[in-house]
Design a protein around this ligand. Structure first.
Ligand code: HEC
Length: 86
């Protein structure tokens, strides 16, 4: 095998390692939070409902049938509600 091919393989596997690394566990962006706290039950459905930020925030605070209240609080709840609203 030519040397440069080996180097190319090493570089591309490093890229994959970085892309799939532990980054996701510390993702506190709205997208990351929603993935961690909402998508396991809802998938993409909430965005598609086209609710307003306030409506979503109310559900996060009060819960719904089968959904616990206060899964997220304060700033995090706000961020996610904003992200998932229309
Ligand atoms: C343990 C599973 C679970 C998790 C986690 C969860 N939900 Fe829910 N959620 C439900 C269930 C069950 C309902 C009631 C479903 C229904 O009425 O169709 C619901 C209802 C809702 C509704 C009202 C939807 C409607 O049809 O009126 C919203 C908005 C919502 N959830 C947002 C969120 C957000 C935002 C998060 C993350 C912070 C979240 N949910 C996390 C289970 C969950």
């Amino acid at each position: 095998m030519k040397k440069f091919q080996l180097i190319a393989i090493i570089i591309s596997s490093l890229g994959i390692l970085i892309a799939c690394g532990p980054k996701t566990t510390t993702d506190t962006s709205a997208k990351g939070l929603s993935k961690k706290y909402c998508e396991n039950c809802h998938g993409n459905e909430i965005k598609e409902l086209g609710l307003s930020k306030d409506e979503i925030l109310k559900v996060i605070k009060n819960g719904d049938k089968g959904m616990e209240a206060n899964i997220l609080k304060g700033e995090d709840a706000e961020k996610v509600a904003e992200y998932l609203s229309k």
